[in-house]
Design a protein around this ligand. Structure first.
Ligand SMILES: NC(=O)c1ccc[n+]([C@@H]2O[C@H](COP(=O)([O-])OP(=O)(O)OC[C@H]3O[C@@H](n4cnc5c(N)ncnc54)[C@H](OP(=O)(O)O)[C@@H]3O)[C@@H](O)[C@H]2O)c1
Length: 355
């Protein structure tokens, strides 16, 4: 069904949903009408534009062509409760959460890598996890040229990756701890006394204190003592790249950055590729910006990636000790390319292939 404009719904107005509203406007998405849903109704202002947020219900999807889901995951979440209702009413659902990503009937798409998979949807297309998206955008051009046998990745993930509650927690912790710096104390109260006020925030979204801290714990611990966030990097990458032979192993770490995930990626290619060639390929790759001049202190950083749609790659260098070993440092805005922008690019692909 090709139209010149579409009836669009955004479900969820947290960290990702708000960015979706921004990206729809910035990319001039062809919108006939826009409905915004969350658990409860309210007025919302984003960049000076007012939106009426309605309480979500199944009939709210009547007449909707494209439903962009950015609600909480899981049993009581928006997608599990309402995606099928939206599809039944004729909408194409693009879901940001993990609920459908590994369903064999649901394409998992990063347009720079597997845009053609959009065509095989049966009503739902899944947006991958934020850390997977930026990793595959950087790996894919190298994979096409030299093949990839193995990837070892450490992610350094920002607070906003865990939603608006986590950003609020980081802000509150910083406010509580900053005065202690003024006293010149080298030991913070929260270190001396685990039951200090930091531990007693009214709403806590993260499993540990994040201010002035990092912790290797995102999601829940599951098979082989990996977290489910670490398994997403494995399974989602293999699904998007249609290659379940790539050996991927990772550690996901939360860092006290507001927005912008960084990844230290080590890979072993099948064929040999020099760092110069890898740099050249990445410079020409869709969606990638290379910032790689370490002698001038130039490399990607999350503060510079915030608000941008590209995946930034730097520190491209070989492993002097292992044949075909290559290092990359990859940074992207988790709310933009890691979520909202990628979802809306999927919608654009669907439109151009006449969803
Ligand atoms: N943050 C990231 O970097 C990122 C990246 C990739 C994917 N994702 C995924 O994107 C989704 C949204 O994440 P977020 O970070 O934006 O979360 P968030 O900041 O916690 O916001 C969640 C939003 O979902 C709404 N919601 C929750 N349950 C709902 C339901 N049953 N029906 C309708 N709306 C419901 C909430 O409504 P109320 O406002 O009324 O409470 C809220 O607006 C999650 O699935 C997350 O895993 C996030």
């Amino acid at each position: 069904m090709k139209k010149s404009k579409y009836n669009v719904a955004v479900v969820g107005v947290g960290a990702v949903g708000i960015e979706m509203l921004r990206v729809l406007k910035q990319r001039n998405f062809p919108i006939e009408s826009l409905r915004v849903f969350a658990r409860s109704a309210r007025e919302l202002s984003v960049d000076g534009q007012n939106y009426k947020v309605e309480a979500v219900c199944a009939d709210g999807f009547n007449g909707i062509d494209i439903a962009l889901f950015a609600g909480t995951e899981g049993e009581k979440g928006a997608a599990v409760t309402y995606a099928a209702e939206a599809v039944k009413r004729g909408a194409l659902v693009i879901d940001n959460g993990a609920d459908f990503r590994m369903d064999p009937k649901v394409p998992l798409v990063v347009p720079e890598v597997n845009a053609k998979d959009v065509k095989s949807h049966k009503g739902i297309i899944a947006n991958p996890n934020c850390s997977t998206i930026q990793m595959v955008v950087a790996l894919w051009p190298i994979y096409k040229k030299a093949g990839i046998k193995r990837v070892v990745v450490t992610t350094l993930q920002a607070a906003s990756g865990a939603g608006r509650g986590a950003v609020a927690q980081l802000g509150e912790e910083i406010r509580q701890l900053i005065p202690q710096f003024d006293t010149g104390s080298l030991i913070l109260d929260s270190d001396k006394n685990p039951a200090s006020s930091i531990q007693h925030l009214a709403s806590r979204s993260l499993p540990q204190q994040l201010a002035f801290n990092v912790f290797p714990h995102i999601g829940t611990f599951v098979d082989y003592d990996y977290t489910n966030e670490e398994w997403k990097l494995v399974k989602e990458t293999q699904k998007i790249m249609h290659d379940d032979k790539i050996k991927i192993s990772g550690t996901t770490v939360r860092v006290p950055v507001r927005t912008g995930h960084s990844e230290s990626i080590y890979l072993e290619t099948k064929k040999s590729i020099t760092p110069e060639k890898a740099r050249d390929i990445l410079c020409k790759a869709k969606g990638v910006t290379v910032i790689d001049d370490p002698k001038k202190n130039l490399y990607p950083m999350p503060k510079d990636a915030e608000g941008k749609d590209e995946v930034f790659v730097g520190r491209i260098r070989k492993d002097p000790f292992v044949k075909n070993g290559l290092w990359l440092w990859v940074v992207a805005d988790n709310l933009r390319k890691g979520a909202a922008t990628n979802a809306i690019q999927i919608a654009e692909c669907a439109i151009s292939s006449s969803i």
